[in-house]
Design a protein around this ligand. Structure first.
Ligand SMILES: [Zn+2]
Length: 255
């Protein structure tokens, strides 16, 4: 593993907040992603919530046909999710199915960073290389959906390849004001039968591949899962609303 770039890693919490000020997830970044230690970024893996909701995330996006079918399933079930597409896959999909990313934006899904190339070197980039890679990734999205749509659809979340959240990746997230986002479960009918159920606040991970398309269909129609799927931003807003309502009802009781 490469050494941490000390200079890049020395950014303070205040610097981070200054850099993050224009991002929609600033409030979330302040609440969720930063620990007491000003140099530590916490990886966001689930949301503490009691309401019957979980977040659905779908990674990579290499296969055009499967991607389109997944969009159809989500549309039919009226579910919005977070995609973490690879930059090259974004361009590839658009090439095969012009307008597909416009559709993703129109249907209200969110998009997070998952590197430009997703290759063997991706987990081992330096902080500076991640920053450059992020710019390439962003440019690929702008080229297929336009700046305004990306602004609307960008979640402010970043997922490391293979879940390998290296110090360099975390440092890059801090500099760019992104929230590193992992996951808590990949539900399948088999692990469901074994008792590994989706819980409120879980962040579900699927990929754009045939097996996961079947799992997605199953997950969204399995009556035993008495929870609703949504995107991460909505899940956090629900949590905030719950807390607000709780404090109002506490106040009413006290008053
Ligand atoms: Zn991936």
């Amino acid at each position: 593993m490469k050494e941490i770039d000390k200079e890049e890693n020395s950014i303070t919490r205040r610097d981070f907040l200054k850099l993050a000020i224009c991002l929609p997830l600033l409030r979330l970044a302040d609440k969720i992603s930063i620990n007491e230690d000003e140099n530590e970024v916490v990886i966001f893996r689930r949301v503490e919530i009691n309401s019957p909701f979980y977040a659905l995330t779908i990674d990579d996006c290499w296969l055009p046909d499967v991607f389109k079918e997944m969009l159809d399933v989500l549309d039919e079930k009226e579910v919005r999710v977070d995609f973490f597409p690879v930059g090259v896959a974004v361009l590839n999909l658009e090439n095969k199915m012009p307008g597909i990313w416009q559709r993703v934006a129109n249907e209200g899904h969110k998009i997070g960073y998952h590197t430009m190339y997703h290759n063997d070197e991706s987990p081992y980039l330096s902080t500076r290389e991640y920053i450059e890679d992020f710019d390439l990734w962003k440019r690929s999205l702008v080229s297929v959906m336009g700046e305004k749509n990306l602004e609307k659809s960008f979640s402010g979340l970043a997922r490391a390849v293979g879940g390998y959240f290296s110090p360099q990746f975390l440092s890059f997230c801090r500099i760019k004001g992104l929230i590193p986002c992992g996951w808590s479960i990949t539900p399948t009918p088999e692990n469901f039968r074994q008792g590994h159920k989706v819980r409120p606040g879980d962040i579900v991970l699927y990929h754009v591949r045939k097996t996961d398309l079947e799992y997605l269909r199953w997950l969204l129609s399995e009556p035993g899962i008495k929870l609703n799927a949504t995107d991460i931003n909505s899940l956090i807003l629900l949590k905030e609303e719950n807390e607000k309502n709780k404090s109002i009802s506490n106040k009413l009781i006290i008053d």
